[in-house]
Design a protein around this ligand. Structure first.
Ligand code: HEM
Length: 520
């Protein structure tokens, strides 16, 4: 049978122009699939796998992680684009996470590479090296002297810097970013706990601190490194372009500053000055005293750990505080109960108050706030809904099976979302998105231990947060002082939402007005 000339021509062109035809065909499949799946929470594309879904939701990545768990499942295995050589297991199944935490999966070599700026600091090492460092750090963090040093230094920052600044802001009745104020506060207090010196970032002229700025820039670059395929950021590093240029500049400042602080500390120690109770002094003494081959000698190790703890402690408590105060502005009944608890303490203290402590604004001690059940419950509830460290990951180095049956193979990466873990109806019940401190309190008015078993904000197992108690002490001192002495009003129209970053910062900060609470 003779072929129609038009069909003949079409066949000729299809063969001659095959690259264009293939491209058109792929575009058609792509657009058709996009339209068909545009409302799906997760789509696995050919070649690109889950990457387009991640990119589409990058601006709301934390809320997307909750939707994923609710609509697709608590554990999802994805491969990522072929060129990224990624094999990812995303989980927010509490049993899986508990297993991962207790079995002590390593952070892995990729983490070490990405976080090269903290070298062999505790955050970046695994197995016996981590074990030796954790033992040394535990000795410091568990000691009574160190704990009371934390309480004393934080209270000093609250009394001498935070309250005068807020009083001034109240007089001027201007709008301030409370998240920025808390970031300055925790930088000063964490720095004092680690290095024994106050960088004085928190003051009414809002000074620019070169080191704090360099650490923020560094954190931004590290976020890029975590989300980009490693070949991309390594190429940028090689050419010293984009974020990697910023990295080099930030690193110079960080190295120079921390080295000089360590030198100052060593000079103080060798002059025979009275010993401080800060962390670096304690680590220097451990280095001199302990004979453990797994604990590196020298200043590089001190610098790596000084920076590890600064990274871990600087923005986490401040972020926790910012979300807590945001929730207070939206839940006045909760705020009133906490203030009532604080008033009781104030009344009890009246007899023993010396003139200095009795003056307004009133400052509580860590001891005053320790037993306040509702304050603790409200803070835990806020940290559940807004975990300052929203996600973490672990490497897989040998075959294993998670409690829900997911098979793990060497080379896989396990991504754990603390943000999703705190918001799942299957874990916290139907009212999981409500801010309800009562869920942390039992029928006898005591703290309920049950929610703690599903609370992963500070992670779990042997590699949980070593600074958890310190963070609670810091945050409660700030909450007690601010709620008791000031009214905080959220500026109407200012939108508060989480930023897609490694720490759950607020996208636009927390804009508030402050008034003194005197007459009540
Ligand atoms: C609200 C405040 C805080 C939260 C929510 C928090 C959360 C966490 C989480 C989730 C981890 C595990 C991360 C992982 O393994 O990937 C962690 C580890 C760690 N945190 Fe915190 N943290 C807070 C405050 C602090 C403070 C104030 C310090 C000390 C200055 C600190 C020091 C550390 C260190 C050193 C580790 C690593 C522990 C290890 O690997 O053995 N954290 N933290």
């Amino acid at each position: 049978m003779e072929l129609h000339p038009a069909l003949h021509l079409l066949g000729y062109h299809l063969i001659k122009r095959w690259p264009e035809v293939c491209l058109a065909f792929f575009c058609f499949i792509f657009i058709w699939s996009y339209i068909k799946h545009q409302n799906d929470v997760l789509v696995f594309w050919p070649i690109f796998d889950c990457l387009p879904s991640i990119l589409k939701n990058r601006h709301r990545i934390h809320d997307w992680s909750v939707e994923l768990a609710n609509s697709v499942g608590n554990t999802i295995v994805g491969k990522g684009p072929i060129f990224a050589r990624l094999h990812l297991v995303y989980t927010c199944d509490p049993l899986n996470v508990e297993y991962i935490a207790k079995t002590n999966f390593p952070k892995g070599s990729e983490h070490h590479e990405i976080m090269d700026v903290i070298g062999n600091g505790i955050f970046n090492v695994d197995y016996e090296h981590w074990h030796a460092q954790r033992k040394m750090a535990n000795r410091t963090f568990m000691s009574k002297e160190f704990r009371s040093y934390i309480a004393k230094t934080t209270r000093k920052v609250v009394e001498n810097s935070l309250l005068p600044l807020l009083s001034q802001v109240a007089i001027q009745s201007c709008v301030v970013d409370l998240e920025d104020i808390f970031m300055r506060l925790t930088f000063d207090s964490v720095f004092m706990v680690i290095f024994g010196r106050n960088p004085n970032c928190l003051s009414i002229d809002f000074p620019r601190n070169e080191l704090a700025q360099a650490i923020d820039n560094m954190a931004e670059v590290l976020t890029y490194r975590h989300v980009l395929p490693s070949s991309w950021w390594k190429l940028c590093r090689w050419f010293q372009i984009g974020p990697e240029k910023k990295f080099v500049e930030a690193r110079k400042i960080i190295d120079r500053s921390l080295e000089s602080y360590i030198l100052l500390k060593k000079n103080d120690l060798h002059k025979g000055d009275e010993q401080d109770n800060d962390m670096i002094t304690s680590f220097i003494l451990s280095q001199e005293r302990d004979n453990n081959d797994l604990l590196p000698k020298g200043d590089a190790f001190l610098k790596d750990n000084g920076l590890s703890f600064l990274f871990a402690g600087k923005d986490s408590s401040s972020t926790g505080l910012a979300w807590f105060f945001w929730l207070m502005t939206r839940n006045p009944s909760v705020k009133d109960i906490i203030i009532e608890e604080l008033r009781h303490v104030r009344e009890k203290n009246k007899d023993k108050d010396d003139g200095l402590k009795a003056k307004m604004p009133y400052v509580f001690t860590a001891e005053d706030l320790k037993g306040l059940v509702y304050l603790h419950a409200s803070l835990c509830e806020s940290l559940r809904l807004y975990p300052p460290v929203p996600a973490t990951y672990r490497g897989v180095e040998k075959e294993d099976v998670l409690p829900d049956g997911t098979a793990l193979k060497p080379g896989m990466k396990i991504l754990i979302s603390m943000y999703a873990l705190g918001r799942m109806a299957s874990v916290w019940g139907k009212d999981c998105l409500e801010y309800r401190p009562e869920r942390w309190i039992d029928e006898n008015g005591k703290l309920n231990p049950v929610p703690l078993t599903k609370f992963f904000t500070f992670f779990a197992g042997p590699r949980n947060c070593i600074g958890k108690d310190m963070a609670f002490t810091q945050m409660k001192l700030v909450i007690g002082a601010v709620l008791f002495n000031f009214h905080i009003e959220h500026v109407e129209g200012h939108v508060v939402r989480p930023k897609p970053s490694m720490v759950l910062h607020m996208q636009n900060g927390l804009k508030v007005r402050i008034r003194k609470r005197i007459s009540e």
